[in-house]
Structure formats: C-alpha cells, structure tokens
Design a protein around this ligand. Structure first.
Ligand SMILES: Cc1cc2nc3c(=O)[nH]c(=O)nc-3n(C[C@H](O)[C@H](O)[C@H](O)COP(=O)(O)O)c2cc1C
Length: 209
C-alpha cells in the first residue's frame, strides 16, 4: 500500500528550502484534494486562503511565534472556518445538490430543514467549534496529498488566531483562522527529517471488540 509509504515519508517540516516553489499543476492537485474533503452534511463551512505573497508571509510569521516555515515555505494554506451561522449556506448547499444530482428541489427541502434545525439547536460557541473541526479534515487531506506528490508540509496551530484574523481581514468576512499548513520543499539542513517517528504502539492505540 503506497499510502503507508507516503505517510512514513512525510514529517512536520521545520525548515523549508525557500528557493523552491510548488508548480501550478501540483498546486491545482492539492486544491482538488482539499475540495474533495469530507465534511459534516457536506456543507464545507470554511474557506481556504493560499498565501504566496512574501510581505504577507513575513507579517504572519511574526504572529506565529516567529516559526520560519511561514516565510520559507512555498505557499501557506490557512484553513478558515465560518464564524456566523447562516441558513443561506444550507439553502445554497441544497440548491447545488439539486442541480448537480438532478434532483427536484422539493425532494431535498425536508433534508435542508432537518440540517437547519439540527445546527440551530447548538449554542453559537459550540457551533463555531463544530465548524472549526471541519477544517481539520481538509487539512488532513492536504497533508496526505502533499505526501503523495513528495511535497513537504507542516500542520500548525502555533499562531495567534486573533492576529491572523486581523492581518488577513478575516473578522469582516465572518471567518476565523483555525489551522494552517505551510507547504513546499524541505531544506537539506532540516535534521528533523532524519528522526524516527514516535507513535503509540498498536496494542495501546487500538482495542478490537
Ligand atoms: C493540529 C496540529 C498543530 C501543530 N502545530 C505545530 C506547530 O505550530 N509547529 C510545528 O512545528 N509543528 C506543529 N505540529 C506538528 C506536530 O508536532 C507533528 O505532526 C507531530 O509531532 C508528529 O510528527 P510528524 O508529523 O513529523 O510525524 C502540529 C500538528 C498538528 C496536527
């Protein structure tokens, strides 16, 4: 299974080679992998910013504990969850389903109402937490797709959300930076690439019932 080899190959890259950048074709493949991610009800209540601008990267690095991945990686994926609950997002999803799957809208309206009722019952903080969780599934697909393309990546929570939101103007857009992933190519000098993986033994991680 090649996937397992790819998962062994990847590691959370600490030092990227700033002279290397991802080509357009590969970037499109990564975007597609993110696009195909699963999400609760299929709603995809998030937006993904892909940042290449050098000045902006510098600014973001200062809000990310000065971690060098922010400036040295080719692109930074910023996964932003929606912060505002809006039934129009559910209507748009139902309409898209109707068009794409060629199903009459009337047949799907009941399902739309079910989603609306279910999601409106959560307190707003819980809802935001739920929408934030969705972004991690997209992050995971990005990391796996990167590994297949032999592109390096580093998932990161080590940044100040409020500062990111302000620098990127996310508050005004009803978005919040949940998790980020710089992607690019490892530097030969990154010693972490030679470290053995530390993972729990299967006997502890799993319980077969
Ligand atoms: C949600 C999340 C946040 C992380 N945040 C950071 C971070 O801010 N900086 C960093 O260098 N690594 C970060 N990591 C990387 C983890 O430390 C790393 O994935 C873990 O130690 C396993 O090592 P491996 O990915 O090299 O196999 C993060 C990983 C995840 C999943």
């Amino acid at each position: 299974m090649e996937l397992l080899e790819n998962l062994k190959w990847r590691y959370a890259t600490k030092k990227f080679d700033s002279s290397k950048s991802i080509n357009k074709d590969d970037l499109e493949k990564l975007k597609q992998a993110v696009q195909l991610s699963v999400s609760s009800y299929g709603l995809q209540l998030y937006k993904v910013l892909i940042i290449q601008n050098k000045e902006l990267k510098k600014e973001l690095r200062e809000a990310a504990w000065n971690q060098s991945q922010l400036t040295d990686a080719s692109h930074i994926f910023v996964f932003c969850n929606y912060t505002e609950r809006d039934n129009r997002d559910i209507d748009a999803f139902i309409e898209a389903t109707s068009k794409i799957q060629n199903t009459p809208l009337e047949k799907l309206e009941g399902y739309g109402d079910f989603i609306k009722t279910s999601l409106s019952s959560k307190p707003i903080k819980e809802w935001q937490n739920w929408s934030e969780k969705q972004t991690y599934l997209a992050l995971s697909n990005l990391l796996t797709a990167c590994a297949e393309l032999k592109i390096d990546s580093c998932p990161m929570e080590g940044f100040e959300q409020e500062k990111f939101n302000s620098i990127l103007g996310l508050d005004q857009k009803g978005l919040n930076a949940a998790v980020i992933a710089p992607v690019g190519y490892r530097s030969e000098e990154d010693h972490t690439q030679f470290r053995k993986k530390v993972r729990k033994p299967k006997e502890i991680l799993f319980e077969e019932i």
